[in-house]
Design a protein around this ligand. Structure first.
Ligand SMILES: Nc1nc2c(c(=O)[nH]1)N[C@H]1C(S)=C(S)[C@@H](COP(=O)(O)O)O[C@H]1N2
Ligand SMILES: [Mo]
Length: 331
């Protein structure tokens, strides 16, 4: 294959919508997050292929046309960037909710007869270059085997249209419920293995230090896979002035891998109260709302806190899924 053309070359991202602009349930493609560590490969579908190898009975290589022959599925899902791997505890709220279309990952892998002893699936992108002064042959991520059977897909569509180049054209992995970093774009190769991939994007970056109760590193790490519970208030927007004693709807989105069970809102400090929350609909974010009547004039700090079905909740600060706060004035 001819050397890959990257345009642009090097780190490239789209500035995400701020929470008050996340008004639509499905985020328009041009408003969705974009993150490319090494640049944006430009290739034609006829130049694309996917090799499936490693611990399999039948290694094989698929063309783009082969991919289109599998039954097509659509998965509406949150899609979230975990933020800079160099600042793993920094909240960035790079979130959107989009519809992916493509082939089910299990369907594509099954004819290769994966060895039951393989515990990880490694996924390679076409993009190489330099990130944080480290030379990278190809973007490489790994996935625990059990996640394949769920609703992971090899997507060739986003919101009903072919993927834009920056989102992985012509085909990419999508792992709904896992942070975006795992959803390898411009997918070229998938390798079954019995250990984690030893690449900068698996074991050096996107591997959170686990801290003890005092916030000191324990020396162990956790892969950045499952999306932790999180929520944002869409309205009112920060720094708005609201009239006293006039009811207003506070609303926003909550999400977590596996769904959110409860959202609470606080208006001034620690007055947390449970609020109305949509039931989970597949992998999508869930709308929450509270009709609130500002009781007196003054400064308020609106905050929302999501608790996942597994009981995990949002920390106050110092983590990527820390509570989001909206300062407003009541006058
Ligand atoms: N090949 C490749 N895949 C990649 C990346 C990349 O740099 N190269 N970035 C990852 C990161 S960190 C995120 S958040 C998502 C972003 O996907 P998007 O740009 O389609 O929104 O792609 C992931 N897949
Ligand atoms: Mo990301």
């Amino acid at each position: 294959m001819a050397p890959v053309r990257l345009d642009p070359q090097g780190y490239f991202r789209r500035i995400p919508l701020t929470p008050e602009r996340l008004t639509d349930r499905i985020t328009a493609t041009l408003d969705a997050i974009v993150l490319c560590h090494l640049g944006v490969p430009r290739l034609e579908p006829r130049e694309w292929s996917l090799t499936i190898d490693g611990m399999v009975g039948k290694p094989r290589t698929l063309r783009f046309d082969d991919l289109l022959r599998f039954p097509k599925i659509e998965v509406a899902s949150i899609h979230q960037c975990a933020g800079s791997p160099l600042q793993p505890f920094e909240p960035t709220r790079r979130i959107c909710n989009v519809v992916w279309g493509g082939a089910r990952l299990v369907d594509v892998l099954a004819p290769s007869e994966p060895d039951p002893a393989a515990t990880f699936l490694w996924s390679y992108g076409l993009d190489g270059g330099t990130f944080s002064d480290i030379g990278i042959d190809a973007y490489l991520k790994d996935l625990p085997r059990e996640r394949i059977a769920a609703d992971a897909l090899i997507a060739y569509e986003m919101n009903g249209k072919p993927l834009p180049a920056e989102n992985g054209f012509p085909a990419r992995l999508v792992v709904p419920g896992f942070y975006g970093t795992n959803s390898v774009k411009w997918l070229t190769r998938m390798t079954f293995a019995d250990r984690r991939a030893d690449s900068p994007f698996t074991t050096r970056w996107y591997n959170d230090p686990i801290l003890d109760e005092n916030g000191a590193p324990t020396g162990t790490t956790r892969p950045v896979w499952s999306i932790a519970p999180e929520s944002v208030i869409v309205a009112p927007a920060p720094d708005r002035t609201l009239p006293v004693s006039v009811p207003v709807e506070i609303w926003g989105w909550a999400w977590a891998d596996g769904g959110v069970e409860r959202v609470e809102i606080a208006t001034c400090g620690n007055d947390w109260q449970p609020v109305a929350l949509e039931a989970p609909d597949g992998r999508q974010w869930q709308r929450f709302s509270l009709n609130w009547t500002p009781p007196t004039s003054g400064q308020f700090n609106l905050a929302s806190r999501a608790t996942a079905r597994n009981g995990a909740t949002q920390p106050d600060a110092g983590r990527r899924n820390a509570i989001y706060r909206v300062p407003i004035t009541v006058a």
